[in-house]
Design a protein around this ligand. Structure first.
Ligand code: FES
Length: 134
């Protein structure tokens, strides 16, 4: 399984997502059914079968972040980018995802953009950070 995950991660790194033809190729190569591969891909929230934006914003929507203002932040980001949860902006600059607890409740509200973590957010801070990405 570990080798399969590495293969899928490599494909995603190359294409930005895991295209259908690569799934077919890998299924043949690993003597697996395509449905098995789709099962694995859908299990891991960071593997995608559709093209995503250049930057992936993940905003926590769980309880602690919610109590500390993440709802207002999520609403402001929706208005600012013009897209909702699990959507990509037209210019493919951002994909927005509202996710469950990121494990950083002590510094909530929290969002990540790609691999960077942003803590103790306010609406203004979140928008400023997003605008700093190309
Ligand atoms: S509830 Fe948001 S990081 Fe835990």
């Amino acid at each position: 399984m570990r080798i399969l995950i590495n293969e899928l991660a490599e494909i995603q790194k190359e294409f930005g997502y895991i295209p259908e033809n690569e799934i077919e190729r890998l299924a043949i190569e690993m003597n697996m059914q395509k449905t098995q591969l789709y099962g694995v891909i859908s299990f891991y929230s960071r593997l995608y079968t559709e093209k995503k934006g250049r930057n992936i914003i993940r905003v926590c929507k769980s309880v602690t972040c919610g109590m500390n203002g993440s709802k207002a932040i999520r609403e402001a980001i929706i208005i600012h980018l013009g897209v909702g949860d699990s959507m990509t902006t037209e210019d493919e600059r951002f994909t927005l995802e509202f996710v469950e607890c990121l494990g950083l409740c002590n510094v909530s509200p929290v969002m990540t953009i790609n691999d960077a973590v942003y803590e103790n957010l306010t609406v203004e801070k979140a928008i400023e950070i997003i605008d700093s990405f190309e």
